[in-house]
Design a protein around this ligand. Structure first.
Ligand code: NCD
Length: 412
């Protein structure tokens, strides 16, 4: 799809055609300074160290938030800063969790959901609008159906920075059909928690994994964390941006990964060629199949997705309906064949691919996964606004105090 917007007023995006054409490895350097990310646009920007840092930070936020004093300390962090949520494409979880994440950090939020109510309706270019928002906010979170809009916004901020003008971090909260890096972050956090953290500096987490390993020796042999696991991505593999972002993140950072791409037999729904080549080049053992039942017993994690009908053109509508979609639906029968420790994930919204009857199965984690978005997105905003060390200090004091409290309770 063209990177140019869908209305004439978006022609300013043309400015960045040369930047769009650069390889991702070069672009990554433009989006960070001194190894610290300034903007979050692609899932490929995250290395293992940063992922584990954000996961630990997310757990600290979660713990602090459950305590009144801890929650108050978080709220005091950046109450003098504000976020603009520019969400002109439909969204429930991503929007709500980002809004709430800002509030957890005490930030004010301002929201744009419908450009008919802003000056874009009068022909203002989307990049002029973005520059305006950047004068009122301290971070800008963008979800749009315009492909590459968040990327263009990041380059605009970089140009402003070079001119020593006001500029702020940009977060891509889903752009066109290409990327959804913050969904991949919360998916990774969920995968870490499914198989317990592999952090050698946390004896507590290793003990938790040992308990799991005792119960499930096969999982014990595979080890903690995301490495050495078999992942199944099922549904609209061709057009689902969450699958693209998560599979890229897994392939880049973890060892001995097997991936099954399970999609109906339709050109638009199967894994795109460039993604397939990219994953194989990263060392992934990759298989493509058309029915879930045939591979379900192999999987450690099953990542279900809906068919993204909003991208259908007239001829797709008929051919997609005729392509045996049911073979990629999860049923109670298929679930019964899966490993006892396997985990079922879904970015949501769901349509027909998962029956509600299985929601109570202990392998199902999709509701927890959505809630994890809250902690990870709070951690990400804190990191971008360089508040992560402060959160770690608050958490260290909190742990010391609750430890002292527990000790004194034991003494009495
Ligand atoms: C996804 C998206 O928007 O890409 N939803 C989400 O953000 N959780 C998945 C989808 O729409 O199917």
């Amino acid at each position: 799809m063209s990177a140019k917007g869908y209305t004439a007023s978006n022609e300013l995006l043309d400015h960045f055609d040369p930047e769009f054409a650069a390889p991702v490895n070069i672009k990554k350097n433009w989006l960070q300074s001194d190894e610290h990310l300034n903007h979050v646009i692609f899932s490929d920007q995250f290395d293992r160290g940063l992922l584990e840092h954000l996961c630990k930070l997310a757990s600290m936020v979660k713990e602090l938030r459950s305590d009144k004093e801890g929650a108050r300390n978080l709220k005091n962090l950046i109450f003098n800063q504000g976020a603009e949520l520019y969400f002109t494409q439909s969204s429930t979880r991503t929007f709500k969790s980002f809004e709430k994440a800002c509030h957890i950090l005490g930030m004010e939020t301002s929201v744009t959901r419908d450009t008919k109510l802003s000056s874009e309706y009068k022909g203002e270019s989307v990049l002029d609008s973005i520059r305006m928002y950047s004068s009122y906010a301290d971070i800008l979170i963008i979800r749009s159906e315009i492909p590459k809009l968040a990327e263009a916004a990041a380059y605009l901020m970089n140009n402003l920075s070079q001119e020593r003008q006001r500029n702020i971090p940009i977060i891509n909260a889903g752009s066109g059909a290409d990327e959804h890096p913050t969904q991949a972050l919360l998916d990774m956090y969920t995968i870490y928690r499914n198989f317990e953290f592999a952090s050698p500096d946390s004896p507590y987490e290793l003990r938790k994994f040992e308990a799991l390993a005792k119960k499930y020796p096969e999982l014990g042999r595979k080890g903690p964390g995301p490495d050495n696991k078999v992942y199944g991505f099922c549904g609209d593999v061709g057009r689902g941006r969450t699958i693209r972002s998560l599979s890229t993140m897994l392939a880049r950072n973890y060892e001995n990964i097997t991936m099954y791409f399970i999609s109906p037999d339709h050109e638009k729904l199967k894994i795109p060629k460039e993604l397939k080549t990219h994953l194989i080049n990263q060392g992934v053992e990759l298989h493509e199949v058309n029915d879930l039942a045939s591979v379900a017993p192999e999987l450690d994690t099953l990542y279900m997705t809906r068919i993204q009908h909003e991208h259908d053109n007239e001829s797709d509508k008929k051919s997609i309906q005729g392509s045996d979609l049911e073979k990629c639906y999860l049923s109670e029968e298929i679930l019964a064949t899966m490993k006892k420790y396997a985990r079922i994930m879904h970015p949501f919204p769901r349509n027909y691919e998962i029956p509600t009857e299985i929601d109570t199965d202990e392998r199902v984690v999709y509701f927890r996964q959505a809630r994890n978005g809250l902690w990870v997105r709070t951690a990400l905003i804190a990191y971008l606004l360089r508040q992560d060390t402060r959160i770690m200090n608050i958490h260290a004091d909190f742990s010391k105090e609750s430890h002292n409290y527990n000790e004194s309770m034991l003494r009495h």
